[in-house]
Design a protein around this ligand. Structure first.
Ligand SMILES: [Zn+2]
Length: 99
């Protein structure tokens, strides 16, 4: 099963490489921050444009969305908004990269 297919960069048509990346999720008007570590993605070697596979992006959204919903619907501010970290176990390149 290869999540990341070999493809050209949609921005500059440079070579893309399968890599694990980190992303910071933020929403306008909310102080909550979610840092997600170890996301498999295609990264352009030339312009660093990143493409996360649709299914992976959806899955991460489903993890992150409830945190933002909780924060948005929170009426009584007891504590400052937290910085949440989500870390996926390290994936060997062969398990997500197409040859
Ligand atoms: Zn590029």
């Amino acid at each position: 099963m290869s999540l990341i297919k070999k493809r050209k960069c949609p921005e500059c048509s440079g070579e893309m490489e399968a890599k694990l990346i980190n992303l910071n999720y933020k929403r306008e008007g909310v102080d909550l921050e979610v840092e997600v570590i170890g996301i498999p993605a295609n990264v352009c070697a030339r312009c660093f444009y990143r493409v996360i596979p649709g299914k992976v992006a959806k899955y991460i959204d489903s993890l992150v969305d409830p945190l933002f919903e909780t924060e948005i619907s929170c009426k009584e501010k007891l504590l400052p908004s937290p910085h949440v970290g989500i870390q996926f176990p390290f994936l060997d390149r062969n398990t997500y990269a197409g040859l």
